[in-house]
Design a protein around this ligand. Structure first.
Ligand SMILES: [Zn+2]
Length: 131
């Protein structure tokens, strides 16, 4: 198993399905596309295995991270589309054998209420499978 080198976008990194306009325009995701996820054991590259074609265009795994508190009610978070080639690129780490590194290409920073953030963290999409 190749190891990935973490590249920080903030703390509390979670993976959630969100809409990506760039992917929607390209009719992504498609089968066999690679994407990055963050789970309990860190970052992993996965491949789209099963995919329901209709109505899902542009809904891709995103890496979402707490960035900072804005005020008493709102937080700022960063998000990156997890599809390789869209939100990030992957490549071999020139300094480590069998190590992969990834580089975020497009990170957007947005705000939401603390309440919504807590819901997002707790809401695990059970209809979303990883093989
Ligand atoms: Zn995308």
């Amino acid at each position: 198993m190749k190891k990935l080198t973490a590249h920080s976008i903030g703390s509390i990194v979670i993976t959630r399905q969100m809409y990506c306009e760039r992917c929607a325009k390209k009719n992504h995701p498609t089968r066999d596309q690679q994407f990055l996820v963050h789970g309990q054991k860190g970052f992993h590259i996965r491949t789209v295995k099963r995919y329901v074609e209709k109505d899902n265009k542009g809904f891709t795994p995103h890496l979402v991270a707490f960035y900072k508190g804005v005020n008493n009610t709102h937080i700022s978070f960063s998000r990156v589309c997890g599809i390789v080639g869209c939100g990030l690129t992957i490549g071999k780490d020139p300094e480590g054998k069998n190590k992969m590194i990834f580089t975020y290409k497009r990170v957007s920073y947005e705000q939401m209420s603390v309440k919504d953030w807590n819901c997002l963290v707790l809401n695990k999409d059970l209809g979303y499978f990883l093989d």
